[in-house]
Design a protein around this ligand. Structure first.
Ligand SMILES: Nc1ncnc2c1ncn2[C@@H]1O[C@H](COP(=O)(O)OP(=O)(O)OP(=O)(O)O)[C@@H](O)[C@H]1O
Ligand SMILES: [Mg+2]
Length: 460
């Protein structure tokens, strides 16, 4: 490698966002070498964003910058990186020469998991560029600790239904949510790109009365398609990426249904109290608040309610909408909402959402991925004897893929359990042959679909 090339490489690396490890040295080098600077800038323009999420082990005491340096060192040694939508560093790998092994040992000791994601906005170019040199990549290394505490719940006096739950992010519970969802289209990247743009606009203090954006997202679609999971996974992902700016991100999960559940006349007060708490959270500059309003259709249902006190219901919905509007002013808040009956959502609410994303049942590619994910897990724990390398080995005739068509993600995730529970076999009997298990899955999927067709699914 020539000297200029080497300098360019180091420069490209040292300008990595979130890693100021070599920034001072890089600035000096740039001053001394005009030619190099120009080359670097050209490269910087063309560099492809890659977010590296580094989850620390519970007992790691290493400084974040040292972790970043080692992660970058890992990529530098690797030289080129495959451009897949998501990938992970194999921490268990034990090969390479002395220094390489040292880097790996350090990462192994301090990190529980390292995953990296390419910016999928330019997906078309992936096929032409299956891998990139590390200096062509704009690495953003996000080092974080995971919160082991579960959700804090807030109940209204002696009410048995929790009004809201509060999670300190990033939390263990949501850690696999984003990656566990599969779609045939770009639903996930569209949502992530929207949210990232909204945050960037907020950080630039773009005047929202000139360029309107509300930081409100609505995911709608049939039951069990991953809407709630995606909202939580998105909040977790953004929280990890923003830790340098907002060190204390939280997610407040509101069950809209519970706001109207018991004493209508009390509901107005409940909404007020809830948002008082949310506003309080947003006042802390280190906090970013994700507000998840699940089952937002209950707002519309409440407005239409002809029961005892309809005017009270309207008052509550209006209070909620007003409070959500007030949150618009806060650049450290984002509202995520879900619904499984689009027709019934309050129009006033639909209007407020910047992005409305339809989330449907998994298509054929997503079904394959989901099935592969559970087969891998069943093989890992020894319930089945093995898992083939790829889906062709699972379903050569494609009959399983057909049999699962129309099932929701939730139904598909339950299928292996239901299959096993439905056959005359005990765990103690040892691993089941893959072929026998797949045949049983096929039978179960077929009968599930038949049952579903007979059943008119009750709406929640
Ligand atoms: N496309 C998918 N890929 C992988 N898993 C999925 C998919 N869709 C749903 N699931 C799984 O199904 C389960 C249910 O998902 P979730 O509760 O998020 O659905 P939902 O759309 O919010 O449902 P509802 O409308 O009933 O509230 C989760 O475990 C989720 O991981
Ligand atoms: Mg849901």
């Amino acid at each position: 490698m020539s000297l200029t090339e080497a300098t360019t490489k180091r420069d490209a690396l040292s300008t990595v966002n979130g890693s100021d490890c070599d920034a001072a040295a890089a600035a000096k080098r740039r001053k001394n070498d005009e030619t190099t600077t120009t080359t670097t800038n050209v490269r910087a323009l063309a560099r492809r964003r890659c977010d590296v999420e580094v989850r620390l082990t519970q007992n790691s005491t290493a400084e974040k910058n040292r972790i970043r340096e080692h992660v970058l060192d890992y990529f530098e040694r690797k030289g080129s990186v495959e451009v897949l939508a998501s990938n992970a560093i194999e921490l268990e790998r034990n090969e390479g020469n002395g220094e390489e092994e040292e880097t790996m040992a350090f990462l192994r000791k301090n990190c529980e998991k390292i995953t990296f994601y390419f910016d999928d906005r330019v997906e078309e170019s992936v096929e032409k560029t299956p891998s990139l040199m590390f200096y062509e990549i704009d690495f953003r290394v996000h080092v974080h600790e995971i919160n082991e505490d579960g959700a804090g719940e807030e109940r209204e006096d002696d009410d048995e239904i929790a009004t809201y739950k509060e999670y300190a992010l990033p939390c263990r519970e949501f850690s696999e949510y984003w990656d566990s969802l599969y779609f045939d289209d770009d639903t996930k990247s569209r949502l992530k790109n929207y949210a990232q743009t909204a945050l960037e606009f907020g950080n630039l203090n773009v005047n929202a009365s000139l360029v309107a954006f509300n930081r409100v997202v609505l995911l709608h679609g049939p039951p069990g398609t991953g809407k709630t999971t995606m909202c939580k996974g998105l909040a977790q992902k953004l929280a990890i990426q923003m830790l340098d700016t907002y060190s204390e991100p939280v997610l407040v999960e509101i069950n809209a249904h519970s706001l109207f559940s018991k004493w209508f006349s009390e509901s107005g007060k409940l909404v007020g109290k809830l948002f008082e708490k949310i506003q309080e959270l947003t006042e802390d500059e280190d906090t970013f608040v994700f507000v998840l309003v699940d089952e937002v259709e209950s707002l519309a249902a409440a407005r239409k309610a002809t029961g005892s006190e309809p005017s009270d219901a309207i008052r509550v919905v209006n209070a909620l909408l007003t409070q959500l509007d007030a949150l618009k002013e806060k650049k450290n808040a984002m509202v995520l909402t879900t619904s499984n009956v689009t027709e019934a959502i309050d129009v006033a609410f639909i209007d407020r959402a910047d992005v409305k994303v339809y989330v449907g049942n998994p298509g054929h590619k997503a079904r394959r991925e989901i099935m592969m994910s559970w087969l891998t897990e069943l093989a890992r724990v020894g319930i089945i004897d093995r898992c083939p390398e790829n889906y062709v080995g699972v379903d050569p005739s494609g009959k399983l893929e057909k049999a699962t068509e129309g099932l929701s993600g939730r139904a598909l995730r339950k299928l292996p359990f239901l299959t096993f529970a439905g056959i005359n076999r005990n765990i103690g009997d040892g691993p089941m042959k893959l072929e026998d298990f797949l045949e049983a899955v096929y039978e179960k999927a077929t009968s599930e679909k038949r049952e579903r067709e007979k059943l008119v699914l009750p709406k929640k």
